[in-house]
Write a protein that binds this ligand. Structure first.
Ligand code: NAD
Ligand code: UDP
Length: 321
């Protein structure tokens, strides 16, 4: 294993981030600027906002939809990161067709750009490609258990198609593709109302409202802090690793335990309010991180409690304002 040297790879180069005005993309942009890259963000602000880039004024922001013909972009980027897609169940349900188009036509347009310019293309895929898994933890070799017509299918199948496109561009055209299968990631700049469990529980706790646990709360997720995830994406982009790589933590929690942790960290007295489990909600999720560890030297380092304290501080500020 050669651990990629991030500064050597990114310093002085141009990097395009599609979806860079979103939660993860804005952190990626910030980190790339700190490494000395020139960053261009292309985003239609469907579920993100250029306000997320306020702390990085040197980033070039272009408001555009990646499913349309792309506007002029740096001609020779070192890397193109594709994060352009609604990501929370509430958002991708509301923007179902947009999500399918972002994963298909949007990914194709960005792959064309990367292929033409010889750039590394990093696809933000997801643990949702495993669906409701019957193998635990999930290795990259697992093909998944996805309902192709269910209420999460617009997202799961768009991401699976996106991976298939990447594989085809790599095989047929020699494109320089990397695929990150991202597991649940959290941190500052998540949207308060995007319906995901982290903003929901924190906002509910800070308002003194009951925490809404779906189902019996025994379903599990493994939560990764955004700075760790960004580090994994950057390492993957700077590496020559082919094939999908899981990025997530092995710190698996039940949702009920997670609710208890949010209560403890906020000091809230909130009760638990049980609500129906959404259809096809995966019952267990934890990455097998062997490939990321062995091939990228990547291991998440931020403990869940520390990351949540940062995130709670962020939501306190947002809600106070
Ligand atoms: P986000 O909604 O905050 O960011 C997505 C960004 O993409 C937004 O700024 C949105 O406006 C933009 N976008 C959507 N459609 C677009 C289009 N057609 N053209 C241009 N821009 C478009 O979500 P996030 O949590 O930051 O997720 C970023 C990426 O990472 C997504 O691709 C998501 O599927 C993937 N991912 C995230 C997680 C997670 O836990 N956050 C987990 C797995 C995968
Ligand atoms: N969840 C919950 N209460 C909420 C929001 C979500 O119990 O208010 C559950 C949800 O059913 C799922 C888990 O928390 O089992 C993670 O949900 P999220 O939407 O954050 O991400 P995903 O389902 O995409 O992993």
């Amino acid at each position: 294993m050669t651990v990629p040297n991030l500064a050597d790879f990114y310093r002085g180069g141009a990097v395009v981030i599609a979806g860079g005005a979103g939660f993860i993309g804005s952190h990626l942009a910030e980190r790339l600027m700190a490494l000395g890259a020139g960053v261009t963000v292309i985003d239609n602000e469907l579920t993100g906002s250029r306000k997320n880039l306020a702390g990085s004024p040197a980033v070039t922001f272009i408001r555009a939809d990646v499913t349309e013909p792309l506007p002029p972009l740096p001609p020779k980027p070192a890397a193109v990161f594709n994060l352009a897609s609604a990501a929370s169940p509430v958002h991708y349900t509301k923007y179902a067709i947009e999500t399918l188009r972002a994963g298909s036509k949007g990914t194709e347009n960005l792959l064309d750009l990367a292929e033409k310019s010889g750039a590394v293309f990093v696809q933000a895929s997801t643990s949702e490609v495993y669906g409701d898994p019957d193998i635990h933890p999930q290795p990259e070799t697992y093909w998944g258990r996805v309902n192709p017509v269910g209420p999460r299918s617009m997202y799961d199948e768009a991401k699976r198609y996106g991976e298939a496109l990447c594989a085809a561009y790599e095989r047929s055209r020699g494109a320089n593709v990397r695929i990150a299968r991202i597991f649940n990631t959290y941190g500052p700049r998540m949207q308060l109302d995007d319906g995901r469990v982290v903003p929901n529980f924190i906002a509910q706790a800070l308002r003194g409202q009951p925490l809404t646990v779906y189902g019996d709360g025994k379903q599990t997720r493994s939560f990764c802090y955004v700075s760790d995830l960004v580090d994994g994406l950057l390492r993957l982009g700077a590496s020559d690793v082919r094939g999908p790589v899981n990025l997530g933590t092995g710190d698996e929690r039940t949702i009920l335990d997670f609710a208890g942790l949010i209560r403890k960290l906020t000091g809230a007295q909130s009760e638990i309010a049980f609500r129906p489990l959404p259809t096809d909600d995966p019952l267990q999720r934890k990455p097998d991180n062997t490939r990321a560890r062995q091939l990228l030297g990547w291991e998440p380092v931020v403990p869940l409690e520390d990351g949540l304290k940062e995130t709670i501080r962020y939501f306190q500020k947002v809600m106070g304002a």
